[in-house]
Design a protein around this ligand. Structure first.
Ligand code: SF4
Length: 108
């Protein structure tokens, strides 16, 4: 009986260690995969004139303007390549993207 308990303890211990060790890997995988991006064929996205690369827009007047510098943009951190836009609910936008509703982020 004691041997069975020891086996069960060892199995539980091994599974626990494996789960603990794989947690950071799963987190990294999620970070690299990112959340789904806004669909370019979404009617709202089209209406806003959103482009994945600000340089591709003919409407952009401020050559430094992009989603990253927009007040409606929120990302996990400054290095994030994509984040949430308060105006677009169908997915995240790219930091280098832009749309006609761009508004400068308030200075801190
Ligand atoms: S409102 Fe701002 S963050 Fe949203 S798509 Fe337009 S430029 Fe990007």
């Amino acid at each position: 009986m004691a041997q069975n308990e020891r086996r069960l303890f060892m199995k539980t211990l091994i599974l626990g260690v494996a789960a603990f060790a794989s947690a950071p890997l799963l987190k990294m995988q999620r970070a690299f995969a990112g959340n789904p991006l806004a669909k370019l064929d979404d009617p709202l996205v089209k209406a806003l004139g959103y482009v994945a690369n600000a340089k591709d827009s003919k409407d952009r007047k401020d050559k430094k303007a992009n989603c990253k510098s927009c007040q409606f943009y929120a990302a996990a951190d400054d290095k994030a390549t994509q984040g949430k836009c308060q105006l677009i609910a169908s997915g995240e936008v790219l930091a280098e993207g832009w749309c006609r509703s761009w508004a400068a982020k308030a200075k801190k």
